[in-house]
Design a protein around this ligand. Sequence first.
Ligand code: BG6
Ligand code: MG
Length: 214
Amino acid sequence: MKQAVIFDLDGVITDTARYHYLAWKRLAESQGVHFDEAFNEHLKGIDRMGSLDLILASSTRVYTPAEKLALATEKNEHYKELIALMTPGDLLPGAVQALDDCGTAGLKIGLASVSRNAFTVLDRLGITDKFDYVVDARTIARGKPDPEIFLAAATALGVAPAHCFGVEDAVAGVASIKSAGMYAVGVGDPHTLRQADVVIPSLAQFRLGDYLAA
Ligand code: BG6
Ligand code: MG
């Protein structure tokens, strides 16, 4: 039986994936790089500097480390403006119910987001206290799809990976869960997330009973 669940944040619990998209799009276009939803799909779950490197790979210019840092900071300032106005009304449908179902079932609940803004977003949403452990992205050396972040959450929760399951909207995130040796619930498109064990359109379709004994 599963004893812990580890959620991703952006795109699963709230639609910050949209805000990351808007902020990266403005940044990419300021550098003359074409940016659309299809390209953005590859950035989901990827950390800030990794995302910037993927975007700038299409540029003909060579950027110094200092220039890259300035661009990443510019994107983050825009992103922070977008999330500053978030409220509990920005929780996606089914998110609170899913968290509460897990709590009622006695599962430990973790959060594994590579976002350095995760604590701010949880605070704006008013759900920080629903988690037993939130991984601090600053302590993670390798981002998704590496398993490190999900394994760090499992260790902190004191549950073996085989008794955990993860919930993710990103291809890289599902890969991270699977290489951590956990059952993966994908949130989104089944074709995109085909490495997941099960895919649901949103947390409104979260059925804990289906995952507990899987
Ligand atoms: C992930 C998002 O959760 O966090 C990515 O899916 C984002 O799109 C990454 O780039 C890092 O976020 P931040 O807030 O640290 O720039
Ligand atoms: Mg995500």
